[in-house]
Design a protein. Structure first.
Length: 417
RNA sequence: GUGGGUGUAGCUCAGUUGGUAGAGCACUGGAUUGUGGCUCCAGUUGUCGAGGGUUCAAGCCCCUUCACUCACCCCA
């Protein structure tokens, strides 16, 4: 066996890439309509960026990052998510001076060292957006409307939007304490995993899939019933605006986030079509993040879409692959040389031309032209070159018509429109 | 990190109680000395994932290992 790729990192091959290109194109169109500009940041960043933003004690930072020392002994990490790098770029380039509101989107590979499974890979791709500078719930609703619109245009249904509020640094700790007390009283029925984590991350228990935990947390206090006035208001506004925009959603009071920076509004696009990975897109508000990374105290909200998961959902839509417009079938060495130059001339004029390089029989060349779905085939032998006239065959109908080699390009352009 | 499943031709997969490996598709050539699809005929292709063991004999049984895959965990 020769050298293989790295576990959990996949090649995206022709035949599959067209779906990716389609989804990327839809994202650009939709996000552009809503006033978002693309930003591209480097794949590696200083490790510290992720420790400070995602949270030291999260699984991502504790055990999933691709980190290494470069030749100057700096600790470098391949980005495990897109928000922190965009915040870093936003602050470093002082984008907040250009406008009070900054709306950005990005797409590209992310890296997490996890055991691969369906919908989860070590290199995976996200399309994400970030809106900075707006506190008002209108932006929350607009972001969700945009996400909804993207799924519509991408032709992917069987997803549903769930929203929740995680509160803020004022109200969440109080709720957290209450939840721990509630769980403590029911420790014996929780699964092993939850018994271990209920103090470290009690909200996670609410999201546990085990039957015992679901049962035990049936009547657990919900975060949305314990929000401070400010957060409660904000969440009510978000729902009001979503309703007025006719965006379907449901409130899932048990939804949690694996990254520490999220506050208040959080949301997920979920599906039951992906095995155990049910989130196709997710995001939320991160109001303290910019400031904690050394920037101005600006609020922010964003989301990321998992592209591999989107592709797995097999939307029918794809970019049309470009078939050859002309296949030149040459007979003999002299004709092949002539055809080679002719093909290059046509290609220079923007005509997708193709020929055989392996000295195959006419029959085999025709077969290949058919397989490649060429629109026309030009049959070229010594006779045709001497007379300057050749037969141009339209493959779909099988009709042949004579054509002067001199004006082949213009005739083809006419036929092809 | 933990558990389950699967590794046989380029692809999808058969392979009986252990007896020296097969089908379909694809590919190549021909039927049609210079014209594709449909049909028919013929042909090529394997370290049976790898290493070791049991046996007269292993694709099949045993051990080890690797890869892929699904799930736990976690998350997009």
């Amino acid at each position: 066996m020769s050298i293989t790729g790295i576990k959990g990192m996949n090649d995206i091959l022709p035949g599959e890439i067209e779906t990716w290109q389609f989804l990327e194109q839809q994202a650009r169109e939709v996000f552009g309509t809503y006033g978002f500009s693309e930003i591209r940041t480097p794949v590696p960043e200083k490790t510290e960026l992720f420790c400070r933003s995602i949270g030291e004690t999260t699984d991502i930072v504790e055990k999933e990052m691709y980190s290494f020392e470069d030749k100057s002994d700096n600790s470098i990490t391949l980005r495990p998510e897109g928000t922190a790098p965009v915040m870093r770029a936003f602050i470093q380039n002082k984008l907040f001076n250009l406008d009070a509101v900054t709306k950005l989107y990005y797409m590209g590979p992310m890296f997490r060292y996890e055991r691969p499974q369906k919908g989860r890979y070590r290199q995976f791709h996200q399309i994400g957006v970030e809106a900075l500078g707006v506190e008002d719930a209108k932006i929350d609703a607009q972001i969700l409307a945009m996400l909804h619109r993207f799924f519509e245009k991408a032709g992917i249904d069987s997803v549903s939007l769930q929203v929740n509020s995680l509160g803020c640094p004022d109200c969440r700790p109080i709720y957290r304490q209450q939840l721990i007390q509630y769980l403590e009283a029911r420790l014996d029925v929780l699964c092993e995993e939850c018994q271990r984590r209920y103090t470290k991350n009690p909200l996670r228990v609410l999201d546990c899939k085990s039957a015992g935990c679901k049962e035990a947390t049936q009547d657990a206090p919900a975060i949305i019933d314990h929000l401070c006035e400010h957060c409660d208001d904000h969440f009510a506004q978000v729902q009001k605006y979503l309703t007025s925009l006719e965006i379907p959603f449901s409130v899932n009071a048990r939804m949690v986030r694996g990254l520490d920076y999220y506050v208040r509004t959080t949301f997920e696009m979920v599906t039951d079509k992906l095995g155990s990975q049910n989130a196709v897109a997710a995001g939320g508000r991160y109001d303290g993040l910019v400031e904690s990374l050394g920037g101005p105290a600006l609020p922010g909200i964003g989301f990321a879409i998992g592209l591999e998961r989107l592709v797995l959902m097999k939307g029918e839509n794809r970019i049309e692959p470009a078939f050859p417009q002309l296949f030149i079938a040459a007979l003999g060495d002299a004709a092949a040389d002539y055809a080679f130059v002719l093909m290059a001339r046509l290609q220079a004029k923007g005509i997708r031309a193709e020929m055989d390089f392996q000295g195959k029989s006419l029959k085999a060349q025709m077969r290949r032209a058919d397989k490649l779905q060429a629109e026309y085939v030009l049959v070229l032998g010594d006779d045709e070159i001497n007379s300057g006239q050749a037969q141009l065959k339209e493959m779909a109908s099988g009709d042949q018509s004579p054509v002067a080699l001199d004006c082949l390009a213009s005739q083809l352009q006419e036929k092809l429109g």
